[in-house]
Design a protein around this ligand. Structure first.
Ligand SMILES: [Zn+2]
Length: 250
């Protein structure tokens, strides 16, 4: 049996028994631990304090941790379909990120480092200017629905190149080259709302726009935000100090 065929079997098994996995991932199910938003936020703040003070713990990054995750991974395919399905269930149980971070693709702002977290701790999605599209939303919905994550942090940062480019492009009444224009279009409302503000004001406005878009995203996120199960917060990373500050709730 080829590896490709095995991979298809694993996929088919997962699709056919999707409801089983959905049940296992139900936040009310005993097997799925849920970290409340307040605790998740405090873990992030503690991790960022360790990072800025140079006292990082680098949690969950040991070779033992990697080996454990590797043996539960989808890539481990030398097994029967039933065994593979069992492994999938184990993997579902073994991944328990406590927060989702939507950050910028900027190489200077990796969430795991800024919050001193390790493998399996954070569910991270990144796009320049921390904007959202359907792929990002789908990823976030997966983490909320199937991994029972209860906190989303939208992390903007100081001197964000994407936001700077958007400001400059719009001010010049021109268009950015190729697909970069799609980022400009996403950031445009924040740029227009802060025409007289500096770059950092626009960065924070853009974070707040994305927070609002996530909170009102139907059908998954809005329902959970409205019921109080899920919190979406904006945050700002200082390149100068490494400190993350959470933005005022609005
Ligand atoms: Zn950026």
């Amino acid at each position: 049996m080829t590896k490709k065929y095995l991979a298809l079997l694993v996929l088919a098994t997962g699709l056919l028994s999707g409801s089983q996995y959905a049940r296992a991932a139900d936040p009310t199910h005993a097997d799925q631990p849920v970290v409340p938003p307040v605790e998740a936020m405090s873990r992030l703040q503690e991790g960022n304090r360790r990072y800025t003070s140079g006292n990082q713990q680098h949690p969950h990054e040991s070779s033992e941790e990697r080996t454990y995750m590797a043996t539960n991974s989808y890539e481990n395919l030398g097994m029967t379909a039933a065994e593979a399905a069992k492994r999938r269930a184990e993997l579902t149980k073994s991944q328990h990120p406590f927060a989702i971070v939507l950050g910028c693709a900027d190489s200077r702002v990796p969430p795991e480092i800024a919050f001193d977290q390790g493998l399996g701790d954070l569910f991270v999605v990144r796009e320049a200017g921390n904007v959202i599209d359907d792929h990002i939303l789908g990823s976030i919905e997966y983490a909320v629905d199937h991994l029972a994550v209860r906190l989303i942090v939208v992390l903007g940062h100081q001197r964000c190149g994407a936001v700077k480019a958007a400001k400059e492009t719009i001010a010049a009444k021109t268009e950015a080259p190729a697909h970069i224009q799609s980022l400009v279009t996403e950031i445009q409302p924040a740029v227009e709302a802060t025409v007289h503000g500096d770059l950092e004001t626009t960065v924070k406005a853009n974070v707040k726009d994305v927070v609002q878009a996530l909170r009102s995203s139907t059908p998954v996120l809005k329902a959970k935000v409205d019921s109080g199960e899920l919190r979406v917060l904006g945050a700002y990373y200082s390149l100068d100090s490494g400190a993350v500050s959470f933005l005022d709730e609005k």
